[in-house]
Design a protein. Sequence first.
Length: 323
Amino acid sequence: MEIYRRIFEYAPDAMLVLGRDGRLCLVNAQAETLFGYDRSELLGRTVEMLVPARFAGQHAAHRSRFMDEAQSRQMGRQQDLYAQRKDGSEFSVDVMLSPMIMAGEQLTLCVVRDITERKAAQDALEHQTNELLRLHAELELLANHDGLTGLYNWRAFYEHAGQLLTTAHRRHEKASILILDLDRFKQINDSFGHAEGDRVLQAAAAALKASARQSDIVARHGGEEFVIAAFGLNEAESLVAAERLRAAVANIENLACSVTTSVGVATFVPDTTSRQEPPTLLADLLDRADQALYHAKRTGRNRIYHFDQLPADEDAAPATDAR
């Protein structure tokens, strides 16, 4: 028995033996060192004296349940555990519990290990990981969104619209592309300054985003031009959507001047005989919508046109003052 007593006494971890009532029967030298008590101050007292006051009631309830259904608990932090020294300071611990019977009495061996440094390192690693995730999310946002309006940028639009057309092609569904260009935007910048021009772009972007369907892909093409990809819209439905968007921009308030937009529309119609790939389809649709946009500019601005409505002899080249 002497060797076991020595093992207990000089173990590198704090070791406590509790009775069924939670009172300390034995403690080793490391327990005195860890908690700052002489063992005479510990023996006969309940183990809750070593638990921060805010956890003491909960700990006593857990201890009571453990005594009724005692089972071993290995080291390995499953939750944050804290102990309290004689001077009132708290520290993080890991605990191993091992039920045992001696002379017919139910006892529990409790091994307590100070893990303050380990927890600090884990917390620091967790903080660094969260910070990296936050920075990654910010970089992804910057890479895919226009900094001024918050809409998708051209790169992101091309990716998402390509996926949309791939889906439309596979499901034999229709889809439409709408290109919107703010009318006489250069005059706004020249008359009211670029700060007001930026306000106009932001207001137009917000109006378009609010008026588009949740499933639509809304992006800033660049400058004063915006583009929208809409799944499932035929020619007539796309014109209704275009009119809704045109009206939303025309109804913007609290700007230095009124703002209008011209809209060009093109629709993808499934063709089982076509061998065009989605990227080619997207490029063709964008080109057609752009032609329809220039026709809307030529014929008076603040209006919408579908590519299929263009006159057969329409010149695709833009006029110099079309914007």
